[in-house]
Design a binder for this molecule. Sequence first.
Ligand code: F6P
Length: 552
Amino acid sequence: MNRTLLRNRQPEWKALETHHRSIAPLHLRTLFAEDPRRADRFSVEAAGWFLDYSKNRITEQTLDLLFQLARACNFEAAREAMFNGDRINVTENRPVLHVALRNRSNRPILVDGQDVMPEINRVLDQMTDCARRIRAGAWLGYTGKPIRNIVNIGIGGSDLGPVMVTEALKPFSQRSLTVRFVSNVDGTHLAEQIRDLDPAETLFIVASKTFTTQETLTNARSARAWVLAQLKDEAAVARHFIALSTNATEVSRFGIDTANMFEFWDWVGGRYSLTSAIGLPIMIAIGPEHFFSLLDGFHAMDRHFAEAPLESNLPVILALLGVWYNNFFGAATHAILPYDQYLHRFPAYLQQADMESNGKQTDREGRRVHWATGPVIWGEPGTNGQHAFYQLIHQGTQLIPADFIGFARSHNPLGDHHLKFIANFFAQTQALAFGKTTEEVTAEGISKKMVPFRVFEGNRPTNSLLAEQLTPATLGALIALYEHKIFTQGILWNIYSFDQWGVQLGKVLADRILTDLTAPVATPPRHDGSTQALIHRFRSLQSTAPDRMTSR
Ligand code: F6P
């Protein structure tokens, strides 16, 4: 599929296509030289965040046309439908109400005529009580020792958000508690995360929206066996296991008392669930007060997204710029480059949020799309990335729009580290935008032969996001900013952003293959030639491999 093929039904797409032909040859050097006020003109502030988007290949006219496109796609009505609790997740017939989870105004939000806020507040109270008891050393394990270790078992949305936020807000955490995460069904993950823990002091949080996910249930069963191997009494499970889920039936079938279950609801998507009960490990780590500040940050950005005019709406602007590069410049990827070590899991978190939402090929009418939808999201914190993959962003042949994210104040103000850090952030966006011309390189006395290697074309677009400090509130606002960007793009691409049918097939096939990995050798083959041969090779390697020495 041609990434630049457009939705040809709307004149607004055509107008942008025509406009793109006049913008593509323009260089950011020219655009800045022609307009000394460009940085003021193309910057906006909300919920503690300042966005400078002047280093994008746009003019006022580009933005006008993009806003017209959003309006022509009925974006405003779609946004209202989400906040109103309409069943906008059509293929699963559910509302999409993560915004209700952090609705700090408590305005009633109705699902089937019922206000969901009392239930949300009830679970928040239950979480608060649990977090306070654990943090105070008052949640005792089966042998009477206080719980000091929390191990969250979950995957995808039941892991990535809590991991990312717990890492990001480490400066706010109670350091006497150990909070770890196990997601992979690779036994190594569980083994390494618990090897130095005492079961008598460890609480497992089994986090699964459906409570049917193979990886999570497998890890949870092994964790239970590990606890029982030492504590030797089924009654210990109640003190050492709690569940976060929408599925009470499966939770009790697993053997966790539903009194130890923290509920959420089917209108919370897995990848949008970190402000639901799924956020319990975060609340335990940072405490209820900081958790509520996190919710306040989310809510501030939610209100901004719902109320600000499109022209000054941060999520809308980021979304439209993404569409501009994806659908008109053919950019297939988008880099997320946080200049904060605490945000080291933010790109991974956004990969699921964005790619599981907008990695779709079917439009809302059930037809194959003829335009590019969600890009590949990737990234690493600066400055590490600078010494790894930035070369390709600067001088490679692909256009890679990038978001740079940083803070004015560090939680660890060591000497001049932070000044150097932020100097690198600003320098990279400057180099990407303006590059270095042949004339500039030549003027440095570089030999003619070497000049082509030393030239930087520039004209690489970036967004710069800056806040005062990484706090629960600024982090909440940042996450909500990207959530709403993703929503907006789904509307423009006319796809459903809140289902994930593409993950099903692999799960079904894995179950079939699992049976065949241990089936009697004479079982007739039932897979394609390659898969069958891999199964065969795996089985013969397993049966011939000598026992290896393992260090534990
Ligand atoms: O396989 C994808 C997925 O369904 C994600 O959407 C979800 O976040 C993850 O699996 C985990 O699901 P659950 O919370 O139900 O275990």
